[in-house]
Design a protein around this ligand. Structure first.
Ligand code: SAH
Length: 361
């Protein structure tokens, strides 16, 4: 009999939990309306909104300037689906990797990258990835789902807190270079950025945010039309269709011609410089013709090429090119007025470097 009552109680609890709404999906206006519909003041909605976003409250209990009865009302109607940092790993170079558990128990990873003057957060936009870049560990994970705006925002807040705690300064930059393809989760990524840049959220400048994409032409055009103010980085890796398709098979659909046209449109509209992410691999894209194609591809607008160090993910199918091949790229790009940086990887010892995020632990 006791078991029966237990079961009924359990089923009721599940039923109630199911009916509760995710409060962070509500706009400030909707929260104000909720309170007036309950006979309370609309202003209460502002207070709750501030707790949720500026103060990043994990529970209604923390909302100490709100009466006990109102907190109970919130408890009865809503849930806060906050992320939880399950595991934090620290690299010998100071990089921190967070394994982030979502409300449905899926896990994504985000990374804090410190330099002398900056702290950069590298955040995920999807659980897994639907693209199939052959050199990237995340592509081996099936795409499970898109992250919600608040799940993206929470990753940033967690890293901001860690930066204050371990480096005594706030987060300074954000790159969407974690798991997933941000432009395949465009709406939620933009909502998260709105919150990150809003004075009611973290108040960060969009100029400190970079969205990195493998190159989805339609979405690049959409971004240009919406006059977004954050930076754009394109993971190019080759400016020759045949080679790019062999290492990034979706290039067969989103060809370099379409990508280039979308980028020209982006530049026309935004007048902002384009950054290209580029790894040079031995025997794949380390020849003069590869560099010439790259120069030709990006000369239509002010560009910057980041030559990223390759982070091996498996059996050695891909190998970092020699220093002389990197020098060849640097010399020719510079001669053509293209800014070039050679970027060393951070956090390799904890699998936190570009392309290594794959929930191994
Ligand atoms: N989907 C987005 C963001 C995630 S990948 C994009 O493609 O831009 C972030 C960056 O890491 C991209 O530039 C990607 O090409 C690069 N990358 C992936 N695997 C890598 C590896 N094994 N070594 C070095 N860089 C890698």
């Amino acid at each position: 009999m006791a078991g029966f009552f237990y079961l009924i109680n359990y089923l009721c609890a599940v039923e109630i939990a199911k009916n509760k709404k995710d409060i962070r999906a509500f706009t400030k206006e909707q929260l104000r309306e909720f309170f007036t519909s309950q006979g309370d003041q609309a202003f209460r909605g502002n207070q709750v909104y501030e707790w949720l976003w500026q103060k990043s409250a994990h529970s209604f209990e923390e909302m100490t300037n709100i009466s006990k009865e109102t907190r109970q009302l919130l408890e009865d109607n809503f849930v806060i689906n906050h992320i939880k940092v399950d595991q934090m790993q620290r690299s010998s170079d100071g990089t921190i990797k967070n394994a982030v558990r979502l409300h449905d128990n899926l896990v994504v990873e985000s990374v804090l990258i410190p330099t002398k003057t900056r702290t950069t957060a590298c955040v995920s936009s999807q659980v897994g990835c639907s693209l199939d870049c052959r050199f990237c560990a995340t592509s081996r994970l099936k795409r499970m789902r898109n992250l919600n705006p608040d799940e993206i925002y929470d990753q940033v807040v967690a890293i901001d807190n860690e930066s204050r705690l371990y480096f005594d300064r706030p987060l300074t930059n954000i790159v969407f270079m974690g798991m997933g393809e941000p432009l395949m989760n465009y709406k939620n990524v933009l909502k998260a950025i709105d919150k990150i840049t809003s004075p009611e959220g973290l108040g960060m400048s969009p100029k400190r945010i970079t969205v990195s994409t493998s190159g989805v032409p339609k979405m690049i055009r959409k971004m240009a039309d919406e006059e977004v103010r954050f930076n754009l980085a394109v993971s190019l890796h080759s400016a020759i269709d045949e080679i790019r398709t062999s290492i990034m098979p979706f290039n067969a659909t989103f060809t370099l011609t379409d990508l280039r046209a979308a980028l020209e449109y982006w530049y026309e509209k935004t007048k902002s410089r384009i950054t290209y992410e580029y790894v040079v691999w031995e025997g794949i894209n380390d020849k003069q013709k590869d560099v010439d194609a790259l120069v030709n591809f990006c000369k239509f607008a002010p560009s910057k090429v980041n030559l990223i160090e390759y982070n091996p993910i498996d059996d050695g199918e891909f190998r970092q090119a020699s220093n002389s091949a990197i020098d060849l790229y640097v010399n020719i790009l510079e001669r053509n007025g293209i800014i070039v940086t050679v970027r060393r990887s951070r956090g390799k010892d904890i699998d936190a470097a570009c392309g290594q995020l794959a929930n191994k632990s």
